[in-house]
Design a binder for this molecule. Structure first.
Ligand code: NAG
Ligand code: NAG
Ligand code: NAG
Ligand code: NAG
Ligand code: NAG
Ligand code: NAG
Length: 828
């Protein structure tokens, strides 16, 4: 017996004592009349598992359980009488003719039993997978099986199971200690609220959660994402939810076990070592402890201190945070402003998604729809797309509560988009934050990035182990340095000055927030002063995506060739490591939208100035469309992209999305729609067809906005207060065009110019591209050098969309947000 008590063998099966055994050792079945006495055991037919009596560790009691037959340590995976131990070795297992199993002792006291069955000829059998079942002679499944009654372990094929309707759950609960298989403190439980997750509970207290299922594994168990040895599956529907794993090879012994010390482990038997290895465990570090950094806090195991607040949040109790206690969590710096539609999202990459037990899940909702749903729902605090790798399904998870138990990983992990007020969206200057929490500078960029991520996830998963300095957003390496160098040598051929990073850092006061001018399409824009005292605007490309880099190059190449007084001038660029920057001439008066949509500043732009701006934008656009050597479609013309110099002359900016049309083609088609709702022409928004006429449409919207001082909230909006186009058309048709004029405008106002402007704008926003004039004609009409313009048609599209549901519009944007640049993918 001494040998059995060796330190490496905490559980000892009774040595075969000379007792009156009815069963021989090689039997796997117990029939009515058979007696399995202490000292004998059932062994499954292939010898994998055995069922018998044992005494764990230093215990004085006897238990009936199932253990591996092959492993030297006799690991017990199931116990029948965990809370009702036998005091001596007189225990007997038997099965009655009605199928009940009984564990009793010599005095006839019953320590454990199962209910009876109506199945004919019931026998109990230990199967090769470790399942002990009661089955009839005919068909009809099992009357009872040990797999339905886990103790502390899940074997391959065994389900951690919950009925979402009744809440009934088959949990795994730890032993009290290594010496006592009694029901212990820790329970592993599949919680089906929100997006289902496995919880590890201590009593009723949540100590660890697996995170939601993301296709290959759980969001909070990185080891599962790449594992190929285990075939995990997860099912969740109205009737049941369960997690189970299977082994690819029968020779691999593995089990999931809840340890008395409070950790869930997936263990794998290593034959050569003769011991168990831990494949994954939870919690495995402090960051895994539930809610370690409180609400809106982020835990990063590679940082000191572990906790930080999400961008846009500050500690609730700074003193406790200094003492490294983050459990109080964080609060928002700036209140959200959902009503005004100015909120955006910051991307937190590589996360274990926050607790999803209160989250809202929409199956088959794509990135764009998810973003839009969250943006529109004022109670939505964050969203994420999960399980896109699982058979192409895209699941939208939205949170409406505080975000708790959020951690980030060095690589891999999910992308979480957290809602922030506009003021908090600026790119964080802290190096540390930039590495992991990449600001998508506006709702715009967030969505763009989201879409890119969706497309790149597969690749990103494959490459996730590579962590290198070239890795940018979401940690997928996208910057191909050689291609980049080639591009740069080409840009040298363009004779474009290249600035040193150091020079730009000095010029912008190290990109200080005080120098932040705003956010362009692909990154923040800083004001700077070069050594020669020249003021410049530096656009720092958000370290985001391959698309961003491409667009950066696009912009460099385009703008270097463009010279027009109504286009913003590129002075040079800067490339250093991951940094890509564009240096522009500085526009002291900022962008047009900050004037026309602001009642106070709007008064500074009198009618004559507004008219000059309309003319200037028209000329700049004409240059792009016709007069430059290239034929360029801007694709994102809007008030925010029209900058004003010190004399209020307009200059079109942001060519990152511009598209060169080769040769004489005048139309193109794209799967990627980029642009801004409210300015996008119907054919572009719906089909991705763009042409110079889609810019004409945007120009028309811009003119109406300049005249009215109102934003066009969306081309698809039925509410006339929001749909500027329908509103303008109605007023104009009723002969009340002057009512459209911005009330903050002082006199004098040229009535003739106002009416001409409205009429031309309405011509530009007609539904059919062929009905819209070319910019050349627009410039002529504005200049008055032409016969009265033709009568514009009513923008039917606008009205019709508002009223009826069109099935073809289901893929189309229905957003009402005006001032964010969006990107949508068509034809997926
Ligand atoms: C149980 O395991 C032992 C040792 O691995 C082995 O010798 C024996 O054959 C197994 N029992 C059966 C019935 O296969
Ligand atoms: C099943 O058989 C056992 C033993 O014979 C008996 O104690 C028990 O009451 C029976 N159960 C039913 C439901 O008949
Ligand atoms: C499993 O655990 C959950 C959570 O503690 C509990 O609600 C449920 O009743 C448990 N199920 C069983 C069968 O004990
Ligand atoms: C993996 O699991 C799935 C679903 O449970 C099953 O269809 C498939 O056959 C399994 N593959 C292997 C190799 O076990
Ligand atoms: C919306 O914007 C207006 C003007 O900028 C501001 O006064 C108001 O407080 C904003 N609404 C909310 C809910 O913040
Ligand atoms: C907004 O979010 C809340 C909380 O998730 C949800 O209950 C509500 O149905 C949502 N509203 C809409 C219109 O989706």
């Amino acid at each position: 017996m001494a040998g059995w008590k060796a330190r490496r063998q905490p559980f000892a099966f009774a040595a075969l004592l000379p007792t009156l055994v009815v069963l021989s050792a090689a039997v796997d079945t117990l029939a009515p009349g058979d007696r399995l006495e202490d000292g004998s055991s059932l062994v499954s037919s292939d010898g994998s598992f055995k069922l018998g009596f044992f005494t764990p560790g230093k215990s004085n009691f006897r238990y009936l359980g199932i253990s591996y037959n092959q492993t030297a340590d006799q690991t017990v995976v199931w116990v029948s009488n965990r809370d009702t131990p036998l005091p001596d070795k007189t225990g007997v297992l038997s099965i009655s003719t009605n199928g009940s199993l009984f564990l009793s002792d010599s005095k006839g006291i019953i320590y454990w039993s199962t209910s009876s069955t109506r199945l004919a000829g019931p026998v109990a059998k230990l199967l090769d997978d470790g399942n002990f079942v009661v089955a009839g002679t005919g068909e009809g499944g099992y009357a009872w099986q040990s797999f339905d009654h886990p103790t502390d372990s899940l074997l391959p094929g065994m389900k951690l199971w919950t009925d979402p309707r009744t809440g009934f759950a088959r949990n795994a609960t730890s032993w009290k200690s290594d010496d006592d298989p009694g029901t212990g403190d820790y329970t592993s439980f599949l919680d089906t609220n929100g997006d289902p997750q496995i919880f590890l509970l201590k009593g009723t207290k949540l100590v660890w959660r697996s995170g939601p299922w993301i296709g290959k594994g759980f969001s909070g168990i990185p080891e599962m994402w790449i594992n190929v040895e285990f075939n995990s599956s997860f099912v969740s529907n109205a009737d049941e939810a369960y997690y189970l794993f299977s082994r690819r090879s029968k020779s691999v012994l593995s089990r999931l076990v809840v340890q008395p010390k409070g950790v869930t482990e997936h263990r794998v038997w290593i034959e050569s070592k003769g011991d168990w290895n831990v494949f994954w465990s939870g919690p495995r570090d402090r960051c895994d402890e539930f809610g370690y950094c409180g609400s809106f806090g982020v835990c990063d195991a590679n940082e000191t201190p572990l906790c930080s607040c999400l961008q846009g949040f500050e500690p609730n109790s700074p003193d406790n945070w200094k003492l490294r206690d983050g459990t109080d969590g964080c609060r928002r710096r700036t209140a959200l402003d959902c009503q005004n539609g100015t909120d955006g999202f910051v991307l937190v990459a590589n996360t274990n998604l926050p607790d999803t037990s209160m989250a809202l899940v929409n199956e088959n909702m794509g990135t764009e729809e998810c973003w839009e749903a969250c943006l529109r729902n004022c109670s939505c605090t964050a969203y994420a797309i999960a399980a896109i790798i699982d058979g192409g399904r895209s699941r939208c998870i939205q949170w409406s509560t505080a975000l708790t138990d959020l951690r980030v990983y060095a690589d891999g992990g999910q992308n979480l988009f957290v809602r922030l007020a506009r003021a908090d969206l600026a790119l964080s200057s802290s190096k540390r934050k930039r590495r992991r929490i990449v600001t998508a500078v506006s709702a715009a960029a967030a969505v763009l990035v989201g879409i890119l991520l969706a497309g790149l996830v597969a690749r990103f998963i494959r490459q996730r182990r590579k962590s290198s300095n070239t890795v940018v957003l979401g940690n997928f390496p996208i910057v191909k340095s050689n291609a980049w160098k080639e591009e740069m040598s080409r840009s040298r051929e363009l004779d474009l000055p290249l600035f040193e990073l150091a020079a730009i850092a000095v010029a912008t006061n190290h990109f200080s927030n005080d120098n932040l001018l705003g956010e362009g399409g692909f990154g923040p824009v800083y004001k700077g002063r070069l050594e020669g005292k020249q003021e410049v605007a530096v656009k720092r490309l958000a370290k985001s995506s391959s698309q961003g880099v491409e667009q950066f190059m696009n912009e460099v190449r385009l703008i270097a060739k463009l010279q027009h007084r109504n286009l913003v001038r590129l002075l040079g660029c800067c490339v250093d490591g991951e940094e890509r920057m564009l240096v522009y001439e500085y526009m002291p008066n900022g962008s047009l939208d900050s004037f026309i949509f602001n009642k106070n500043k709007g008064a500074l732009l009198d009618w004559a100035t507004r008219w000059r701006i309309i003319m200037g934008v028209a000329r700049g656009l004409l240059y792009l469309h016709q007069d430059s050597r290239l034929r360029i479609i801007h694709r994102d013309l809007k008030a925010g992209n029209v900058l004003l110099d010190d004399s209020m002359n307009p200059k079109i900016s942001d060519f990152g999305m511009a598209h060169i049309i080769p040769g004489d083609e005048i139309e193109g088609k794209t799967r990627r729609v980029v642009g801004t709702y409210g300015y996008m022409s119907p054919e572009y928004a719906m089909d991705g067809t763009f042409s110079v006429k889609s810019d004409v449409f945007s120009f028309g919207v811009l003119v109406l906005e300049i005249i009215s001082g109102r934003k066009n909230r969306g081309i698809l909006h039925s509410d006339p207060n929001l749909n500027l186009l329908a509103y303008a058309w109605r007023l104009w048709e009723e002969g009340k065009g002057l009512e459209l004029v911005d009330s903050s405008l002082g006199y004098p106002i040229s009535m003739a110019e106002v009416l001409k402007g409205i009429e031309i704008a309405l011509l530009c926003v007609q539904d059919l591209p062929e009905d819209r004039p070319e910019m050349a004609a627009v410039v002529l009409m504005l200049g008055g050098d032409r016969a009265p313009p033709p009568h514009p048609k009513q923008p039917e599209f606008v009205a019709a969309r508002g009223r009826s549901e069109d099935s073809s519009s289901s893929k189309g944007p229905t957003c009402t947000v005006n001032d964010v640049t969006i990107s949508a993918v068509h034809g997926r």
